[in-house]
Design a protein around this ligand. Sequence first.
Ligand SMILES: [Zn+2]
Length: 155
Amino acid sequence: MRKLDPRIERIAEWVTGKGFSVRFRTAGGNLFFLNQRQIVINIRRSTNHILAMFLHECGHLIGATSASRRTLRRFRYGWGSTPTPDSIWRMGILSEEMEAWHLGHELAGKLKIELDEPSFERAKSRCLESYVRWASKKPLHTPAGLPIKKRSRKW
Ligand SMILES: [Zn+2]
């Protein structure tokens, strides 16, 4: 494995300090697992891209583990939530994604991590664009591409 940028190491230390583990891999996407308490990051990308995605997943961690009940309410969607065939669920996920980018960017400031802002904005807009496309598409499917059952359970 190639040597990681010290900024990436600093974020990984922060994640570990929160009681979560980090798994670096060289294929696949970047993921946040609340139940398994793990963040998975693909490091086969440019350092700027890794930093952006890693901070974004940390944004999910911050939101989903917030001490604020109001914040927790906004971070209850994600992949693990029960899909419902209405826009509340999809827009909930979309707004969660946007907030995770914001929180990740704030974390960079707190950890005194210098970012290449244009790279960060590029990664952010690319991800959000795909979510916006997904969220406005019908028939509905989950972000993972799974179809949503006609009658989903109440959540
Ligand atoms: Zn996300």
